[in-house]
Design a protein around this ligand. Structure first.
Ligand SMILES: C[S@@+](CC[C@H](N)C(=O)[O-])C[C@H]1O[C@@H](n2cnc3c(N)ncnc32)[C@H](O)[C@@H]1O
Length: 285
């Protein structure tokens, strides 16, 4: 599969995005496990596994919120916001205004619903937009983050230029995403890209910093989180098995037959060959 277009990614999420909600937790990003998985997870029910995964996701979101350091009254852009759990949380904790953009129409609705339930619809908003061609005006945000959206982008330098354009000088951009820690074979690339509507991942953690530096960001910090994220790949397959009937109902019989063969292989690939990095940068003149 060649790199998917923004429209194809949006369609993929509108059709299969529910898979994330069923098997990964309530956010759409990986979880951080600083102390390993709880020892007794062998005993957990499907719902308890889901809660454990959501807790680990929330730990990572909390770490990123600290890194962004958003202040009341400021304005932030969430680039590729998913169904909005991290967006609403950073809005709640910071007192700032946050705009989440995503290519999925369904996610815009889900995000708005969350903001409404949190009583934050005036400050936490959602729009359908392509991060590689943002409709927002230049220099209108104090900060931005992109949590696992860059993995999809067919043109990452374009997305970085767009984020830089809409940020004010000195504005912080935090990018968290995956990379190929061990090179994928051509067959693995194909499998991985097709399964999740992804573009070819960067070859190493330094690729993101290099692209940000070339676009005019000053790098303040990078962290490799690969080790802390590994337990996710042990829990997700178990939750997948426990919720197989619900997943089949969501995706349909044909897609389920494919998932049954490729999902375990993909998760093993992620566990064995994928790394995870975070880059914290500010827009310099
Ligand atoms: C793995 S999800 C992560 C969602 C969210 N950041 C989170 O952590 O819960 C990837 C997100 O990137 C969005 N995305 C992918 N390509 C995009 C594009 N070209 N422009 C805007 N958003 C995009 C998807 O719609 C989805 O919301």
């Amino acid at each position: 599969m060649s790199n998917p277009s923004a429209r194809e990614v949006g369609e993929w999420y509108d059709r299969f995005g529910g898979l994330y909600g069923l098997t990964m937790g309530d956010s759409m990003h990986l979880g951080m496990w600083t102390d390993g998985v709880r020892a007794e997870t062998g005993e957990l029910t499907a719902d308890e596994m889901w809660e454990e995964l959501t807790r680990a996701q929330d730990s990572w979101t909390g770490t990123l919120i600290d890194v962004v350091g958003l202040l009341p009254g400021q304005r932030m852009l969430d680039v590729g916001c998913g169904t909005g759990r991290p967006t609403v949380r950073i809005g709640t904790e910071s007192g700032a205004s946050v705009l989440g953009v995503t290519v999925s129409a369904g996610q815009v609705r889900a995000g708005r619903d969350r903001a409404l339930k949190a009583g934050l619809s005036d400050r936490v908003t959602f729009e359908q937009a392509d991060a590689m061609a943002l409709p927002q005006e230049s220099e209108t945000f104090d900060a931005a983050w992109a949590i696992e959206s860059f993995a999809h982008f067919s043109n990452r330098p374009a997305a970085i230029r767009e984020v830089r354009r809409v940020l004010r000088y000195g504005g912080r951009f935090v990018l968290a995403d995956c990379y190929e820690a061990v090179p994928f074979t051509p067959e693995e690339v194909q499998l991985f890209q097709a399964a999740f509507a992804l573009s070819r991942l960067p070859a190493g953690p330094e690729d993101y910093s290099r692209m940000l530096g070339e676009a005019g960001f000053a790098i303040q910090d990078t962290r490799d989180m690969s080790r802390e994220f590994k337990p996710t790949y042990e829990l997700i397959p178990r939750l997948f098995a426990a919720r197989r009937a619900q997943i089949a109902e969501l995706v349909g019989t044909d897609a389920m037959a494919q998932l049954d063969t490729v999902y375990p292989r993909i998760l093993a690939l992620c566990r064995d060959k994928m790394g995870y990095t975070m880059v914290n940068a500010v827009k310099s003149p």
